[in-house]
Design a protein around this ligand. Sequence first.
Ligand code: XMP
Length: 512
Amino acid sequence: MKEVIVVLDFGSQYNQLIARRIREKNVYSRILPFNTDFDIIKGLSPKGIILSGGPASVYQKGAPKIDRRIFSLGVPILGICYGMQAMVHTLSGKVAPTKKREYGSAELLIDDSKNLFLGIPARMTCWMSHQDVVERLPSGFEKIAHSADTLFAAIMDKKRRFFGVQFHPEVAHTQYGSDIIENFLYKICGCRGLWTMESFIEEASKKISAAVKRERVLCALSGGVDSSVTAALLNRVIGKRLVCIFVDNGLLRKNEANNLKEVFVKKQGIDVRMINASARFLSRLKCITDPEEKRRIIGNEFIRVFEEESKKLGKIKFLAQGTLYPDVIESVSSFGGPSSTIKTHHNVGGLPAKMKLRLIEPLRELFKDEVRVLGKKIGLPESVVFRHPFPGPGLAVRIIGDINKENISILQDADEIVMEEIKGSGLYSSLWQSFAVLLPIKSVGVMGDERTYEKVIAIRAVESVDGMTADWAKLPYELLNRMSNRIINEVKGVNRVVYDISSKPPSTIEWE
Ligand code: XMP
């Protein structure tokens, strides 16, 4: 029986962080919207519930409300920031706006060194971010920590095992935050720590076998982390009944197809059909310069190739996809307003419906960092498990303007140098992405005694946590210098290299 902690999402930007912190402690967590049907919550038999923070004020019109029935489930509850205020408000305490808004680090003074704060020093730094405070406690509650500005910085109803913290234990700026979460899980909720990668593999394998039975499974292998781990996991369970299709659209990094063959076919023994469809893709992309049009063409062509190839394989019932947990969380973090599609990201989402395939998504419960741990456990090399994301449309959105063989070859060569140098410098793992972009302009240069008029390569390297925001990486000058020298000397047709120093927002990571 799986032990689960439910994280009710009140719109906090940190709710995934809360869920990950719990899992790091070997306890399975699930994020559910605050207004999830009570019977669903009850049906999960949670060992405890965490109420996340959120941007609202309890008195605000439309503020997310707690279903008070959770308080009679008899399980421990921990309210964080808004979660604590909403709990106090629901249980007839008083929350009010504070004159002194607390934002950033604050010193927390602990009044009860047992329970939630067991083993934690009497003074610690915590991260606060709030405008409202608890003014009067509901009956049964007592104060267990305070700060200079907040009287009720942490509270507890010992009998009912309800806790509230005004600060954020899930963020790295809070000292001992992880110990506080551990106390909640183990000392208060009585968790045993059953969520381990070994247990996941065992359970996922059973589920895959039960669902697939003797049927065959198709998988679109891209070489990215998610599809790679999906394929490797399925291969362990169903072996040759897994067939992967790898579509080379001609817009991949240099030697990508060979590298992939080495890892998946030779080392893992997976049945991978390597399809070289580059001529088809390139002919459709001829004279296309609009980025969204490029994405649309590549997405559609991918589906066509995939469908054609899969027909050759005979009857297959299932399609495996590397969907991850963040893709399936029904988040309520949209209080901030409507979000617009800035780029339509190509994925294989249209495939199952079109091909009447049933989906197998073995990674649906995992966060990316867990997928990496899984990948390593099942024998994938670090070069696959820790690789940077690579967009579905590939080099097409890194060749600004017209795509042709010559441009692809120039970009592949330049990109390979960037990759080699970044890896050689030891910085690869600290970057979210690093790559070369080919610009649609020529500039004047001089080589030897000759005037040249050639292409320009831009280098892009960014640091990011999730790709939603990103900072340009402050790469060492010597590294930039080496990349520039090598690209200009080794890549024919390029006489200038520039470094992209824009962050996201307002720029995006890719240039198109
Ligand atoms: P942007 O450029 O929007 O990129 O800042 C954010 C992240 O998404 C990747 N990206 C894509 N991935 N299909 C993909 O599969 C796409 O069309 C696409 N466009 C951007 C990008 O590489 C970065 O990691």
